[in-house]
Design a protein around this ligand. Structure first.
Ligand code: NAD
Length: 509
């Protein structure tokens, strides 16, 4: 018999149970969880209270005092087991991401794969974190660096990467010896509950690790603020809009807490005269319309050399007109829904302002899906401009690609960098000179600069993050683990004398 599901609510609750979330967690009241696929209510959750937030933070601090003494490779074993749980539950968790965030299935799965990858990375790293040994200017002395964990790491995350951002932070924080308190987006709390259940399952497999190494807070900005202001939280990693960062950063600075800020992007790409246009087309289309334009690394501004402009933009228009927009659970869909009505309204306002500024707008209209009339689906929009407008310089979190023509390389780079954000960037070229120039100090001013690859879809092995209004934070690979630890410089005297540095003399006999 073919089983038909009566509703997304039922499917979601089944998935939550399969992932180990108790019914009591999603049968509360106060926070309504909806799916952008149909707008349907999925579950109700009870938000954290100020008292419960304070208690979670205090408990995480207690857990830290014990966890910091556990050898780092043993801490890595916990993260390895977390990766195993994620591998075992990739399908249901990926599907839950699709239902709650509206990502197409392969992107929902991809997000979980990213979590698995950072666990693998961090487990290996747990045997490698270490400091330098440095030459001392004094005889019979040795200098070295020791790295220690910091304490409780607060993680605030955005709706568009509902689970991966926690993993980028938590995997590194945990092997470093820190504990984690996570405040996910109020729009994607169900996936967070599922991740929490999987984490607890991994923890239960080791009998020598303390409880409460990573805990979850439920609610909106008011809950996050308690985390931001707590003196027991020495580092906060906050992912979200630049507007959020402008509130959070000064609060953290006022108590000298460490801030890892991953804020808005307004990413650009240059398509040069020598570019392989078919390769560039694929790179541009995935980066611009993937995740319905709701990635921090989404391509939003495109600069095309005048000699290939007409050919390239004609190809783009064909793809934009035919890209499958619809239910993200269907295998043929490339563009799922926007997260909610405010996102749709913001897109329409941005397009209207562009029209008023004289732009040629193609697409951008609402697509009504028969079974999901309350979902906010849109045809991705191309906006052709003759100059970079204020609209193009601000981030609208929707699939809008501003397209501009350029004549000279320097002009393209200048336009590319002429925005307040600095996350991701790309150049499509076959010229070594242009490629290297883009990556040089005179080229892209972003945290991520790619050649013949779009702006989105970074690998976890590299440091991820951006400059300027993007906040300057870095997450994931490379030497990012250092942000979750404090460095102590040690000087050891193994001689019988006490020579002072810089030749200072201070004789007391
Ligand atoms: P948002 O700023 O509305 O919310 C993000 C998180 O911050 C949520 O958990 C929210 O509850 C919390 N928050 C909001 N205001 C706050 C405040 N005043 N104090 C404390 N916490 C607060 O962002 P969103 O709509 O969920 O996500 C989209 C934005 O996130 C886009 O701007 C996107 O570019 C950005 N983003 C950036 C990255 C990155 O790595 N740079 C990654 C993902 C998303």
């Amino acid at each position: 018999m073919i089983q038909t599901r009566t509703s997304l609510q039922e499917e979601t609750q089944d998935l939550l149970r399969e992932l180990g979330v108790p019914d009591s967690s999603f049968r509360g009241e106060g926070l309504s969880c909806r799916t952008p696929i149909t707008g349907e209510l999925l579950a109700q959750i009870t938000p954290s209270t100020p008292a419960s937030v304070r208690s979670s933070i205090a408990t995480a601090h207690e857990a830290f005092l014990e966890w910091r003494t556990v050898p780092a490779p043993r801490r890595g074993e916990l993260v390895r087991l977390l990766g195993e749980e994620l591998r075992l539950h990739l399908e249901p968790l990926g599907r839950l991401v699709t239902i709650e965030a509206g990502k197409i299935l392969s992107e929902g799965r991809g997000e979980v794969q990213e979590m698995i990858d950072i666990c693998t990375f961090a487990a290996g790293l747990s045997r490698q974190i270490g400091g330098l040994t440095l030459p001392s200017e004094r005889g019979n002395h040795r200098m070295m660096e020791t790295w220690h964990p910091l304490g409780v790491v607060g993680v605030i995350s955005a709706f568009n990467f509902p689970v991966a951002v926690w993993a980028w932070n938590a995997a590194l924080a945990l092997i470093a010896g820190d504990t984690v308190v996570w405040k996910p987006s109020e729009k994607t709390t169900l996936t967070a509950l599922a991740v929490q259940a999987l984490f607890e399952r991994a923890s239960a497999r080791l009998d020598d690790v303390p409880a409460n190494l990573s805990t979850l807070l439920v609610g909106g900005a008011e809950v996050a603020t308690l985390l931001v202001d707590s003196p027991l939280v020495p580092v906060v990693s906050a992912t979200g809009s630049t507007a959020m960062g402008r509130v959070v950063a000064p609060r953290l600075a006022s108590r000298f807490a460490r801030a890892i800020l991953e804020l808005g992007g307004n990413n650009g790409a240059i398509v040069c005269a020598s570019a392989d246009l078919n390769l560039a087309l694929r790179g541009v289309v995935f980066a611009a319309m993937g995740t319905a334009g709701q990635r921090c690394t989404t391509l939003r501004r495109l600069f095309v050399h005048e000699s290939v402009y007409d050919t390239f933009v004609a190809k783009l228009k064909r793809v934009y007109a035919s890209a499958a927009v619809g239910d993200p659970r269907l295998p043929e869909t490339l563009v799922g829904p926007l997260i909610d009505q405010p996102a749709f309204d913001a897109m329409q306002r941005a397009l209207e302002r562009s029209r008023q500024a004289g732009a040629i707008v193609t697409g951008g209209d609402r697509v009504i899906i028969a079974d999901a009339p309350s979902g906010f689906y849109v045809r991705p929009a191309l906006v052709e401009l003759d100059r970079q407008t204020a609209e193009a310089k601000s981030e609208t979190f929707a699939p809008i690609l501003y397209v501009l023509r350029y004549t000279h390389w320097d002009q393209a780079v200048a336009m590319h960098n002429d925005v307040s954000q600095g996350l991701s960037s790309a150049v499509f070229t076959s010229s070594l000179r242009e490629a290297e120039s883009f990556l040089s100090v005179q080229g892209s001013d972003c945290g991520i600069a790619n050649v013949n690859i779009g702006t989105s879809g970074a690998e976890i092995g590299g440091a991820f993050g951006g400059e300027k209004d993007t906040g300057g934070g870095r997450e994931a690979g490379s030497d990012v683990w250092k942000q979750y630890m404090r460095r102590a410089t040690n000087t050891i005297n193994y001689g019988n004398d006490l020579p002072l540095a810089q030749g200072v003399r201070f004789d007391i006999d």
